[in-house]
Design a protein around this ligand. Structure first.
Ligand code: SAM
Length: 440
């Protein structure tokens, strides 16, 4: 006799709720970013392990929306309850997830709460239900632009003035543009037309705002498969530009992976040695070189324990940094990076710069670059280096060396801020200085 259906088997088990695995993964992912300080993209692998592609994409999208709107979501939560919910309380995390979907991702409230409640047990479940109802009944609209985290706002105001975080918030609210660097700068007009974009410099094309969809459409664009270009923010592309043509001379690209600048240097005629300590990122560098048909010698090593066979005339040091300059694409950095991490990174950068500088021939030049909006990793770092090293001087960058709309600062360093090229979609936040080793 077949078993009679029981009420226990007919009720959906928690994991049968459609869409629940992605929300569970989003909870794990946010925990990794906010409590353990892991980068969003890296933590995604562990948090969404075993999930189908669409669920992984949804996991990432939910977490990114939460991070982008975190202070505003928290303000709504705090207004709706008298209970003090610690920052890392599970109930707060689950509410952030449910509210981000309803307020930012067009998920109907009943669907958002149906996938939120199974993530919490006991008392907190009641709290989540109550707070979510209170918030959604008031039909709130999240502020546009989003509010930056208070510590970031204070830090950036201190360094750059009050207008800078305002411009940063506006930039945060819109999808960043996609720039590409061409393998052959002589083909700028051809590819600008083929891609329907705009060019601000030889070898550069800014793609039109649509139809790029989260990067997924990039490989289908003309020229990608044949390696005619690669994606690289226009500010990032300035670093290699400033070394000029290579004419077959050796250049060291230190901290090279995944290779955007290695490819630029190779395309400009340098004989490049590309070094990075990350084997995984170097695999991407190799794939990029293979796709574009460009060449470089690849070295997997910690720069602090490596030594080139002979000094060179040109070095590019794209140092590991806070990545606060790419906050538009990586909203997690604004929550993971604080003064302690910035100081630790500045120390590391100082070590790497001091070591790399010793590998230059007299008269040789080194480009120091960071995708950071912190002076400690840019202006202050280079000032400290020049104070300590009488054998080096700043080699000022000229406006004519830079793309249209981008200018050096009065000392001849390049600092891009959220208002740089703002009318055309902005740039990443970068600092670049060119230093020359004095000839005796
Ligand atoms: C900003 S990323 C480089 C981006 C790359 N230049 C490009 O344009 O595609 C910094 C790189 O520094 C590498 N790195 C960090 N510390 C290092 C060290 N001590 N030695 C060598 N590489 C290091 C990281 O693995 C990372 O790939």
């Amino acid at each position: 006799m077949p078993p009679r259906p029981s009420s226990r088997t007919s009720r959906p088990r928690p994991d049968d709720v459609p869409g629940l695995p992605a929300r569970r993964a989003a909870l794990r992912l946010l925990d990794a970013v906010l409590r353990r300080g892991e980068p969003l993209e890296l933590a995604l692998h562990g948090a969404a392990q075993g999930l189908p592609r669409e669920d992984r994409a949804l996991t990432h999208a939910i977490a990114a929306e939460v991070l982008r709107h975190l202070p505003d979501l928290d303000a709504l939560i705090d207004d709706a309850t008298r209970q003090i919910l610690p920052d890392d309380a599970k109930a707060r995390m689950v509410l952030r997830i449910a509210l981000a979907q309803t307020l930012r991702m067009d998920t109907p409230p009943h669907a958002a709460i149906a996938t939120a409640l199974p993530l919490v047990d006991g008392g907190p479940r009641k709290l989540v239900h109550g707070v979510f109802g209170t918030v959604t009944r008031s039909n709130p609209v999240l502020p546009d632009p989003p509010t930056l985290p208070a510590e970031v706002l204070a830090r950036w105001s201190d360094q750059w003035g009050a207008a800078m975080p305002q411009a940063a918030a506006h930039a945060y609210a819109v999808r960043p543009p996609v720039d590409v660097t061409l393998r052959d700068a002589g083909e700028t007009a051809i590819w600008t037309e083929a891609l329907g974009g705009t060019s601000f410099a030889p070898g550069h094309v800014r793609l039109p705002a649509h139809p790029i969809d989260g990067g997924a459409a990039i490989p289908a664009l003309p020229g990608f498969a044949e390696g005619a270009w690669w994606v690289q923010d226009i500010a990032a592309s300035c670093a290699a530009r400033l070394l000029g043509k290579g004419d077959g001379c050796p250049a060291l690209d230190l901290c090279a992976a995944p290779g955007g600048k290695t490819m630029q240097l190779a395309a400009a005629g340098w004989r490049v040695t590309a070094l990075d300590q990350s084997k995984k990122r170097l695999e991407r560098l190799s794939e990029n070189l293979a796709r574009t048909g460009l060449a470089a010698d690849i070295v997997a090593a910690d720069l602090r324990q490596w030594q080139p066979p002979a000094p060179v005339d040109a070095i590019l040091l794209d140092a590991p940094c806070s990545a606060t300059g790419i906050y538009r694409r990586h909203p997690d950095v604004l929550h993971r990076i604080g003064p302690r991490q910035i100081m630790e990174l500045a120390d590391l950068q100082a070590q790497l710069l001091a070591r790399a500088a010793d590998w230059l021939t007299p008269g040789g030049r080194i480009i120091y670059a960071t995708c950071s909006l912190e002076r400690a990793e840019g202006e202050d770092q280079v000032a400290r280096f020049l104070d300590a090293r009488a054998d080096f001087a700043l080699d000022p960058i000229a406006t004519s060396e830079l793309p249209e709309g981008i200018a050096p600062d009065p000392q001849g360093r390049l600092r891009t801020l959220p208002d740089t090229l703002a009318s055309a979609g902005g740039t990443d936040g970068f600092f670049i200085a060119r230093l020359v080793k004095r000839a005796h």
